[in-house]
Design a protein around this ligand. Structure first.
Ligand code: NAD
Length: 416
């Protein structure tokens, strides 16, 4: 859908709009509008059939004023530098919204992991880690999983960097398996963080999560756990989808069963007790909470008017374009913007990094309590701005974040 929309243009447009409303100093505006560093690498990988294939990847650091850069790495056939730049900028705002001491970064490799063997993926990952090793490290830039990367990929990166150093460097990536310094609760953190946010949001809208109708686009790490938490809170998940298509049952789906079907067959579409539905149709279903948890640019000016929900919980990064934002806000839809809604992932990544540095590991209750405290605090900080400035929640979240990053930049001063 509308893949022509350039995410970097969207990110800069969102930034400009917030900068305008808050009257940001033009000098700071110039500094914060561009990434600090962009690295593009072309690197060879030995494939299983003996041939060598050259892949292209990127690592972008947008801002380091508040701490080391932080952001995931994605593997996908359509990764572009502009997409990675946008995602890096969004990470700067995200870490600032939740008030954790990081800047923003992102990485990506143009590849189709679904057509690659485990050995090929490991070779690609270890070589990409080596290529970007000039930028990453526990004090500099800490990658994490994103679309099509997972704890195993993080383990390969951690091992590769550790081999170069000659000793274990667990703090170089987060989202690692528990056995090598991962944090309890990291796998569910994005969705659980989103759930803490949505629990506050329903009070504002005046609806109950118990009995609420929920639609989830994307059934990977973010979407699947979100569907589970919604059901635990008493909501009825009526439709979910993945890249192969969607399923819909107005009486509610049995999410445990959908998870099983997805794990066994590779797609939710093989779940029996539901009708098939396309991804565009799914977004337009009447519901209380819509959870985009797949890709960018899913809700645009083309379909925004047909969206029939009360709340949008943006677990995906950049699912709504600025034009769609306006249409939805005017219609009275409460958008929980990505830089707030999905910040639970990076927040528990932060806990993981802290635990790695201390070599002292927390139990899951402590992780979740700290996560709840941070997400709830961030929700209220954003909505105080919504009420005070009469702006939509995305602009409010941007203003909160930009203000924090601008202050840090100003206090540090411009070198030399
Ligand atoms: P994932 O790879 O685990 O899952 C992605 C899901 O989206 C898969 O089910 C895939 O089939 C589905 N999908 C792909 N194309 C689709 C399409 N056109 N329509 C519907 N579904 C489609 O990835 P993830 O980690 O769950 O990430 C999903 C989104 O959440 C991304 O935007 C990512 O940046 C964002 N996010 C993830 C995390 C995290 O911790 N995992 C944190 C913050 C933000």
């Amino acid at each position: 859908m509308t893949s022509k929309i350039n995410p970097w243009e969207v990110a800069q447009k969102q930034f400009d709009e917030a900068a305008e409303v808050m009257g940001l100093d033009p000098n700071l505006r110039q500094v914060l509008r561009e990434p600090k560093r962009e690295l593009t690498v072309h690197f060879p990988v030995k494939m299983d059939d003996g041939t060598i294939k050259v892949f292209t990847g990127h690592r972008v650091q947008h801002n380091l004023a508040r701490g080391p850069a932080k952001g995931g790495i994605r593997y996908a056939p359509d990764v572009t530098l502009d997409e990675v730049k946008a995602l890096a900028m969004w990470m700067t705002w995200k870490t600032a919204v939740v008030g954790i001491p990081y800047g923003g970064a992102k990485g990506g490799v143009r590849c189709n992991p679904k057509e690659m063997s485990q050995t090929e993926l490991e070779n690609l990952t270890r070589r990409f880690a080596t290529e970007i090793s000039i930028m990453i490290g526990p004090e500099r830039d800490i990658p994490a999983p994103d679309v099509n990367t997972n704890p195993q990929v993080m383990a390969w990166i951690m091992d590769t960097i550790s081999m170069h150093k000659g000793y274990s460097v667990p703090g170089v990536v987060t989202g690692k398996p528990l056995e090598i310094g991962g944090s309890k609760g990291r796998n569910v953190a994005t969705s659980l963080g989103g759930q803490y946010v949505v629990r506050e949001a329903v009070k504002r809208v005046g609806i109950n999560l118990d009995g609420a109708k929920v639609v989830v686009q994307g059934f990977g790490n973010a979407g699947m756990y979100s569907a589970k938490f919604m059901v635990e809170d008493g909501a009825k998940v009526i439709a979910v989808s993945d890249s192969k298509g969607g399923i819909y049952n107005p009486n509610g789906l049995n999410i445990d069963e959908v998870v099983k079907v997805k794990q066994e067959t590779g797609s939710v579409i093989n779940y029996k007790d539901a009708d098939r539905i396309s991804n565009p149709e799914l977004l337009e279903l009447e519901c209380d909470i819509l959870v985009p948890a797949a890709l960018e640019n899913q809700i645009t000016q083309e379909n925004a008017d047909r969206i029939k929900t009360k709340i949008i919980l943006e677990l995906a990064n950049g699912p709504t374009t600025p034009e769609a934002d306006k249409i939805l806000w005017d219609k009275g839809v409460l958008i929980l913007p990505d830089i707030l809604a999905n910040a639970g992932g990076v927040t528990v990544s932060y806990f993981e990094w802290v635990q790695d540095i201390y070599s002292f590991f927390w139990d899951e209750d402590r992780v979740n309590q700290e996560l709840e405290r941070i997400m709830t605090r961030a929700f209220h900080a954003v909505f105080e701005k919504v009420d005070a400035l009469k702006v939509n929640p995305r602009i409010a979240a941007y203003i909160l974040a930009i203000d924090r990053v601008a202050k840090a930049t100003e206090i540090r001063g411009i070198y030399p």
